[in-house]
Structure formats: structure tokens, C-alpha cells
Design a protein around this ligand. Sequence first.
Ligand SMILES: *Cc1c(COP(=O)(O)O)cnc(C)c1O
Length: 521
Amino acid sequence: MKNTDYLQRSLHSVWHPCSQMKQFETLPLVPVARGEGMWLYDFEGGRYLDAISSWWVNLFGHCNPRINAALKDQLDKLEHVILAGFTHEPVIRLSERLSALTGLGHCFYGSDGASATEIALKMSFHYWRNSGQPEKTRFISLQNSYHGETIGALSVTDVALFRDTYAPLLRQSTQVPTPDWRHAEAGESPHAFAERCAAHLRTHLEQHHAETAAFIVEPLVQGAAGMGMYDAEYLRQARAICDEFKVHLIADEIAVGFGRTGTMFAFEQANVHSSADTHAETAPPSRTRRSAPAESGGSVSCRTGTMFAFEQANVHSSADTHAEAASPSRTRRSAPVESGDSASCRPDTLLASEQAGIRPDFMCLSKGISGGYLPLSAVLTTDEVFQAFYHDETAKGFLHSHSYTGNALACRAALATLDIFEQDGVIEANRAKAAYLTQAAQPLRDHPRVKNFRHTGMIWAFEAESSTPHFSRVFYQQALQHELLLRPMGNTVYFMPPYIISHEEIDFLVAGTLKVLEQLC
Ligand SMILES: *Cc1c(COP(=O)(O)O)cnc(C)c1O
């Protein structure tokens, strides 16, 4: 098979995401035959360095042998099981480890980032309702925020291109000024700008705290805003302000979690007062945590008997439709017995983030959580939030679910990913790697048409001054010619590579990016 065979078939059968399909008349799709490490290979020997981690998800390369091995092992044990009333080892171990890493717990699972946002928003709202403050129903987010594209998540997303069309469907939310330092006054430091923006947050909450449930933020880096970066001081102050006005703080670490910003979770950096100390790690304190079993609601399964239910709209005689209904199995409704007995074991030790006391009320995780292998998301929260749902009354529980909640294969991929972090000292190793890339990128930083060159952890970005129309599309195509997968957002070019990138590959990335810049005017 050749690349072109796949192109036509894909364009006829697949509705590609985040795309104007008509653009593929002139912008060819890239069919990928296989991936290995940093590289994606097409069907004709072409290769591309995946410098954006396949949309910010891949951490340790494509077809990573260790994650592959874990998944192969898991495949022969358990692929998936209902998580209401049942549990399994990968989900328990993952929940324990995420709890130890974040200082939060009661891991609630979804399938993708947007569902994690939905879960956090619903939990916050429901917490206030269960706690006798049902008037707290509103959400605030930062200007240019991105929290996903389902209707609830889009309601707190402030990207006009994604949001404006659907505005009539969305619940009103408020955006407060972003501390993204590209918007600072000339001469104003990122720290001073963060303080000024925090003052706006305070003013807003002084007036609106009574009806505000939560403030949702992307800690340190606003990804979809074009890698807008800001000072950790903003998170420190936001935490204090939210505490003062009794508003939840939701950390959307979907993009920045799992080492992207230089610490395991971006929010940890709010604990460190001197930026020189950003990476200091303290020995974890010992603490015993309280835990309680979760309550689960009933579920009913009712399958339809055709491959897809809608096929039955094709059957004209309803007598025919039910001709086979004699078989009782077809219409059977089964209500599984629900047990509330999910004993949970909590680790005794927690990380520095909790010791220092600055942590969000909710943390949303996805993207890198499974190493970029399988769709998985999680929301962790505090004991206090959890306890507000723990009740004799069913409706006070969190009656939310997705079919693939806590999928065993996805959890196992996540465990293998955490193993790599531990065994390879990844956070530490990334510091040296990041220093190398920043150094290697000096010619980019010095380039006359490069503005706002910036870097946080394993993310680099800059704005390219260019008069080329459709800059991002043209840049993307030119980059492919240089064997690079780069996908600028507007005029913002960014690198967000898998952590396994080698020095040679870094040099290749920088050299190719410079060549593309030279080709565009
Ligand atoms: C990608 C992203 C989401 C949405 O995740 P999906 O898996 O694409 O639904 C939410 N928040 C942030 C910060 C993201 O970067």
C-alpha cells in the first residue's frame, strides 16, 4: 500500500478532528504506518520527528518497549471490567500512586481530558449543594483558557475559534485576566504581572464569591492559548484568595501534569517561594489518611439486538422487528447487585506538595497519564470534598460514570508510565535535557523574527513574525519537508517533545525549525 491509498480512504471514511475537512484537498494527510521512539514512519519510507508528542500525550516515545510489555501482560489478565461495584488491581494501584504523588485522593476516572473537566465542575457544584450552599453555581476561568470541548468544558474555555459558534449552547462563565506574561506592560516582570492579575481575581471574588463554586486554571502554562506561560506567584495568590472566599480551586493539569513543567505536577511549583528553589524536593512526611468506601448507584443494561440500534429504523414492519423477540435474552434487563464495599488502601506517605499545604481542591489529569497510549483521565480531590458526598442518601453521592471508567489496560499503561518516572529519575534527567535544548535553541532565540522565546520545563515556544498568510498551515507543511512534526498555533511555534528526545534529535529539531523560518518571510 502507498500513502495515497490511505489518504483517499481516510478522507472518505474518517471525519478528522479539529479540522476543516475541505482543507485536505490541498493539505495532504500523513498516513502513519508505525512509530518508534521519537519517530513516526509513513508507508513509503518517510519519517517525522514527533516534536509535539502527538498532541501533548506521548512521554516516553512511540511503542515504548516497557509500556508495551506491561500492556501485553495485562491483556492476558483483564482488559476491562465495570467499575461500579467492581474493582481491579491496576485501578487500585494507580489510585494509590496518584494519591501519593498529588496529596489528593479519591481518584475518579473518566476517559479523556474534557470528561475530567466535566467531572471536576460537577463535583464542585454538587459539593456546595450537599453542603447547604446551593447558590454557589458559577465558574470562573482565565482569559484564553482551554479546558476541553464538550459543552460543559467549553463553557469555561475562552478560545473564540472553538467557542463562539456554540456560544448559545453554553452556560455563562466569567473570565478573569490572565497572568500570561506576554500581556504584561513593558518592563513589568512576570512576577509583578502575576500579582496584578491576582488582584483582579480578588476584586472579582469580593463581589461574586457567594455565587461562585470554583475557579479552574491551567497551572503555569496555558497550552491552547499558544503556550502562554506565567509566574507561580499567581497560583500561590489564587490559592489564598480562593481559600479566603470559599471558592474551589480546580487545577487542570491535563496538559501540564506528568513532568511537563519541570515538576511532576505544575501546581507543586506554587509551594516554592524562591524560583531558584523551584525544583527542591523534600522528604515525604508520614501521615495516615482516612478513607471510606464509595457508594454506587444501580445500573440497567438493555441491548438492542442489532449491530447499531439505529438499524432498526430500517425495519418497516414492527412485527418483523420483534419476530425474534421470543428469545428472552434479547430484551432482558439485568440489574446487577451493587455492593458498596470497595475497600481502599491509602498510602501512608505523601509528597512535599501536601506538606507545604498549597494544593488545589481538584486536580484533573489526562494526556500524559497513560504515556500517550490509551484514553484515560482522572480527577483527584480532598477528603473534605469526598466526605460531603458520603451519605445514606443515594442522590448525595456522585452519580456520574463513563462506560470505560477505570479501564484496566489504560490504568496498566499509566502504572508502567509511573514506573519509568521512578526507575529513570525522569524529572531530574529532564532538567539536564531541558538545559541542553534551551542552549541548542540559542540561534532561534537570537533570530530577528523570533519574539517572546520562552520555556517552562519541557515546553518551549516563540512567536514568529511573518507576513505569510495561513502561517501555521504553511509552517506545518514546510516542517514535514524537514522531517518534523510541528503544529504552530497561529504564529506561535512550540516544541513539546517526548522526554526521550536525544541530543542529536534536539539538534535536528532546532536546525530544521531554523530552516523553515528562513523559508517563510
Ligand atoms: C487537551 C486539554 C483538555 C482536553 O482534553 P481532551 O482529552 O482533548 O478532551 C483539557 N484541558 C487542557 C488544559 C488541555 O490541554
